[in-house]
Design a protein around this ligand. Sequence first.
Ligand SMILES: [Zn+2]
Length: 356
Amino acid sequence: MTGPNQSITPREAAAGSFDIIIDIRTHGGSTPTLPGALLITAHNLTSDPARFIPNRDAPVLIVCDIGMRSLTVVEQLHGAGYVASISLEGGMEEWIAQDLPVVTPEGLSTAEFRRYDRQLKLPGVGVAGQLDLQRARVAVVGAGGLGTPVLAYLAGAGVGNLTIVDSDRIEVSNLHRQPIYTTQDVGAGKARAAASFVKALNPEITVTPISERLDSSNAPDLLAHHDVVVTCTDSFDTTHAINQAALHHRIPMVFGSVYRFEGQLGVFDAQNGPCYACVFPQHTGGTSLDCSIVGVMGPVTGVIGGMQAAEVMKLLTGIGDPIIGRLHLYDSRTQILDSVHIRKNPACTMCGLLTP
Ligand SMILES: [Zn+2]
């Protein structure tokens, strides 16, 4: 039974506008499809449409080979209340016959749908957000108290390319706050041990361990071709070197630090707010935050590291508002999270030199 408004010709579809285009064919990612189309099987789509179509009124174009199965799927979708879904008449055969534009499709494998199921259900993630995460390149500088939770969550989320920069070796005194390492790992290099953990957690992603100390001389090279850098170091000098390279590459820097029972969190993006040096000028130096001297409560690094990972995911998917222009202050003794507004310093020697 074909109702009205259940199919559309290729010419009409090419002239139309759709929130989502779904190609339900199952023969892999090498077959040309419509630009912007997501590969989702008919079974996955009809068993849980809300996972892929967040809004029931959203115009959705369903595509198959010749327009038969897509029509069946559209009938099912209409029955489920997705009344703006429509089938491509004649399918890809007719689309290609009319010489309309095609691309090689992108999509998620069945294994990826299973792995990321709980995340795919989030408003704003879905297949498109997951693909954003999978295409992303994120550098994590420091694989210690902050870096280990950051890496665990980003790897779990499927951030496709992770670079881990750390020259240190694992010490037994690290283990109270660096839960991806075990007692057996003591003595191993952190970058490599963290990379092994990441690969074991999620074999789908690419991880690059760099067992070097980042400084201002190598930071621009190490951080080139990344979308976001996460600072998980207790060194002011290293953080300033990362800030400088982030400014150079025009990428946001997700900053975290801990001091005994307290932590700080910020997202510095000089295109839209202050840079790290606007708030913490280099000449102020600062007291040492070295945990070996002042001590640190382990879970504080997990709280701040978890929030850093969330900020990275927000930046990569466009969900929510990254905390640009604010510095969050957390105190585990009271469990109070306070926030300070921070502004660009017109006299900043770092981002002040940036050309617009
Ligand atoms: Zn600045």
